[in-house]
Design a protein around this ligand. Structure first.
Ligand SMILES: [Zn+2]
Length: 226
């Protein structure tokens, strides 16, 4: 490691697995040292600060209405759970495990592929989320959706439930679009991806819910079907 700056350090391929694992942590903590000092130099690094920083760096989880919703398909719930736990095989994980792959995002090609990037920062996902919000008639930034789910802001339980199923389905669809792009260089148009998700979720909803809707709920569903 002599002579190398630790944030960009790449261990030689013939080094031990354990050293590669340790070195992989350098990249995890590199964003916290973007100015050369821990979080801009306000305080010295402490283990407990590093732990809390790592926890907050992960996407917020919207468990309450998400994986356990009866309208979810098991495979979408599983991918959503894996995405929120950072367990999908993204390029940054593959590199940390010692694979030699191009780290760029397959969907936009503009940044390294990480969980945070694919589901929150990628222009492709951002476009999908914004189209989804337009279709569902909600206007909440993606990173605060969890707060919206928990605190209400006027939505009925049924609306929240459907929005959450759509959101879980979109996480799955984005991951599938990423896999398709990896294999074929073909990226589905966001508008098509979002339209397919809404159609699929509402088909499932109508198959399980006959009637029992308030006028307001029926009007809302009709408006997003249009
Ligand atoms: Zn991207």
């Amino acid at each position: 490691m002599k002579g190398a700056y630790w944030t960009s350090y790449e261990p030689p391929s013939d080094f031990s697995w354990s050293w590669k694992k340790i070195a992989s942590l350098f990249k995890v903590f590199a964003p916290a040292y973007s100015t050369g000092k821990w979080l801009g130099g306000d305080t010295d690094y402490r283990v407990q600060d590093g732990y809390h920083w790592l926890r907050n760096a992960k996407p917020k989880v919207i468990w309450r209405f998400s994986c356990l919703n009866h309208l979810n398909v098991p495979k979408t719930s599983f991918i959503y759970w894996a995405a929120m736990q950072g367990r999908l095989m993204t390029n940054d994980r593959l590199v940390r495990m010692g694979a030699r792959v191009d780290t760029r995002c397959f969907l936009c090609g503009l940044a390294d592929e990480t969980h945070q990037h694919i589901f929150y920062n990628c222009p492709y996902s951002f476009k999908c989320i914004s189209l989804l919000q337009q279709s569902l008639k909600i206007n909440v930034p993606a990173d605060t959706l969890s707060r919206w789910f928990n605190r209400g802001h006027g939505g009925t339980r049924l609306q929240k439930s459907i929005i959450c199923v759509v959101y879980v389905a979109m996480t799955y669809a984005i991951w599938r679009a990423r896999n398709k792009a990896r294999i074929s260089d073909y990226v589905l148009y966001p508008v098509v991806l979002v339209r397919n998700i809404i159609k699929e979720v509402l088909t499932r909803f109508w198959a399980r819910n006959k009637g029992n809707l308030t006028r307001r709920e029926a009007d809302w569903i009709t408006s997003i079907e249009a």
